[in-house]
Design a protein around this ligand. Structure first.
Ligand SMILES: [Zn+2]
Length: 243
């Protein structure tokens, strides 16, 4: 039987609610990425890598706690399509709960790892993908977040692109991320709450009951597969739709 770390994080909503309560009790202000960051500000960021349904669950929990955050959505994901009707509805619900919506941009969808594009090519693809989301959420956040960020995007300012990894939000604040559920061994806020803080969580890693990282990925894949199967069956396989 594996020993459970006594201070480690459990990736369940109850733990996340308590985490938010700690920040609220410390009088922290929850800001958006288009704001100037001041002492006492927290930037809550969610990169929606796997499941829009899980993102919506987290958005509801935060809304009940009176907390505002930013959800960054992929346009290039094989697991969800923001333009699809049901997903569009979920995105609008997250927006209507008072949260911000921004673009989660994958450089890997266009350039191999290690290849750094010109800023103008980067701007073109970012603009095209932002246009897709802006059609769904007109008040889209100006700031984008990079998916699995390559080294060349970190701690850098781009001309015409605001990023969650630029110095104002990254090296000049405390930054903590739940990537691959590393908080199990390295819990956040162990030395108290910093003056300026960016917190990144991935909603698909959280749930009512705890799952391993692999199980989270597998259940998101199963969900996407089930939805694709239902849709393809309805649109292509059932007799009445054949032309
Ligand atoms: Zn990502």
């Amino acid at each position: 039987m594996k020993h459970t770390h006594s201070t480690g994080v459990r990736f369940v909503y109850d733990w996340y609610r308590e985490f938010l309560e700690r920040l609220i009790d410390a009088d922290r202000r929850f800001r958006g990425f288009d704001d100037t960051v001041e002492d006492g500000d927290v930037l809550l960021r969610h990169d929606v890598d796997l499941s829009i349904r899980k993102a919506r669950e987290m958005a509801r929990i935060e809304s009940e706690a009176g907390v505002r955050s930013t959800y960054f959505l992929l346009v290039s994901s094989p697991l969800y399509n923001p333009v699809e009707q049901e997903t569009r509805r979920a995105i609008r619900e997250i927006d209507s709960l008072g949260h911000d919506i921004g673009l989660h941009f994958s450089t890997h969808a266009y350039w191999p790892p290690g290849e750094e594009p010109s800023e103008s090519r980067l701007r073109t693809h970012v603009r095209n993908e932002r246009d897709v989301l802006e059609d769904i959420v007109p008040d889209l956040a100006d700031t984008i977040s990079f998916h699995i960020p390559p080294e060349w995007v970190l701690d850098r300012r781009f001309d015409g692109i605001d990023s969650t990894y630029e110095p104002a939000y990254f090296s000049r604040v405390d930054y903590c991320s739940d990537s691959r559920q590393r908080w199990r061994d390295d819990p956040p806020l162990t030395d108290g709450i910093p003056d300026k803080l960016q917190v990144l969580t991935h909603p698909s890693l959280w749930g009512d009951r705890e799952q391993t990282f692999t199980e989270c990925v597998q259940s998101a894949v199963a969900e996407a597969t089930r939805r694709a199967t239902e849709c393809a069956t309805r649109e292509f396989l059932e007799e009445r739709y054949s032309a």
